[in-house]
Design a protein around this ligand. Structure first.
Ligand code: FAD
Length: 363
């Protein structure tokens, strides 16, 4: 077998690591000069909608011998709507670094490789690679590459504005904002990476052209709002924007000996846009199939299910006005609701998704 992996991100590297553990090596092609995307950000890794996984870091370590060291575990998550604030406490997940940061998850994965070679500074195309290799894993993080080969159903295209910011933060506490004035049908969030530094982001679907055009205005309004909520001046260190970020799923996880992994598969659960757990899982599953340990399509079925459940919740939350978002936030003060939301692996969200399904259009 001659195996190529296109993309040294979470899916590609998890795939390579799993192949190695079963005696195979892959050639990994990465277009950047080093592993990790071009800017530093914090991301949240949560098992939300990935039942039965309660703790993804422990799960990957114990079940798949893939070891990730997150930056912090999250104990408290604040939800802010236009006029209400509430929080829930519990083991909500982990904050980890991505991109250029020395502890970025992709760097941690790359360091665990023993035999596979990462060819950096190598932008390759599927057509070139497919001629030379018996197996190809497409893990470029970009569903447009999947669309060149097969149908990819798009749930939404997202627009991000974000920055590394400086201030005074509590490390285990995450803040989220749901307010259609500055993140229409989307959200804002703050993920601390230390007591003095955090990632601050708004992300929302690009349903209206003017929402993209108004991004700077939304961003400025959000930064002022975040400063007010946190009762401090927030200083911007390094800004970034992303447009046309596709969330969706491919029709076929595998075509012949080509495997679609990570975002190229549909690793992101559309509800709040978490893609790390699904991307790593799809990389592992692709490798298991190549090693003859399972069937990729079958292994991916729970991921498709997670995606579908999550899309129902996404469409439900998108339909809420600011007033309704206030009511949802207020309901989090209720101790019963709090308890239910912080259940292990938040399986309640799956239940909620099934209840809502008949009433919500996922188109
Ligand atoms: C701003 C932002 C915030 C996010 N926050 C969260 C979060 O908090 N929690 C969460 O769970 N998920 C989050 N996500 C989603 C998560 O980052 C992705 O789902 C995950 O990284 C996808 O992994 P991947 O392996 O598919 O792609 P990536 O990790 O992006 O890796 C793809 C790699 O392929 C390389 N590549 C691309 N094309 C080529 C080519 N032709 N040849 C060679 N190499 C190529 C790229 O350079 C890159 O290194 C966020 C995404 C963004 C953009």
């Amino acid at each position: 077998m001659k195996i190529a992996i296109i993309g040294a991100g979470l899916a590609g590297l998890s795939c390579a690591l799993t192949l190695e553990k079963h005696g195979h090596t892959a050639d990994i092609f990465e277009q950047r000069k080093e592993v990790g995307f071009g800017y530093t950000i914090a991301e949240l890794m949560t098992p939300i909608l990935h039942a039965p996984i309660d703790d993804a870091v422990q799960y990957f370590s114990e079940k798949h011998d893939i070891h990730l060291k997150p930056t912090y575990n999250v104990q408290k998550i604040y939800v802010h709507s236009e006029n209400e604030s509430a929080y829930v406490e519990g083991n909500i997940g982990f904050i980890n670094m991505r991109g250029r940061h020395e502890e970025a998850y992709e760097k941690q994965l790359a360091e665990q490789l023993v035999h596979s070679k990462i060819h950096t500074d190598s932008h390759v195309t599927y057509d070139d690679i497919a001629k030379e290799y018996t197996h190809v894993v497409l893990a470029t993080g970009d569903p447009q590459d999947t669309q060149q080969i097969q149908p990819y159903e798009i749930a939404l295209k997202s627009c991000f504005a974000g920055a590394i910011v400086q201030g005074d933060f509590v490390r285990n506490e995450v803040h989220t904002w749901f307010n259609n004035h500055f993140a229409p049908k989307g959200m804002g969030y703050l993920l601390p990476h230390s007591k003095t530094e955090a990632t601050l982001v708004i992300v929302y679907p690009q349903y209206e052209q003017e929402w993209v055009e108004d991004r700077s205005e939304f961003w400025e309004t959000f930064v002022s709002q975040a400063s007010r909520t946190l009762n401090q001046e927030i200083t911007i260190k390094e800004e970034f924007t992303i447009t046309d970020y596709m969330v969706g799923r491919c029709k076929y996880p595998r075509i012949g000996n080509t495997f679609f992994a990570g975002n190229c598969f549909g690793g992101i659960t559309p509800f709040l846009g978490f893609g790390q757990t699904g991307s790593i899982l799809s990389g592992i599953y692709a490798a298991q199939d190549i090693c003859g340990l399972g069937d990729y399509e079958t292994l991916c079925k729970p991921l498709y299910k997670d995606y579908d459940d999550s899309l129902v919740l996404r469409r439900a939350i998108e339909s809420l006005s600011n007033h309704q978002l206030d009511l949802v936030t207020k309901s989090l003060h209720n101790s019963m609701v709090k308890k239910v939301v912080t259940q292990p692996n938040m399986s309640v969200l799956k239940g909620l998704s099934h209840l809502l399904k008949p009433f919500v259009s996922t188109k």
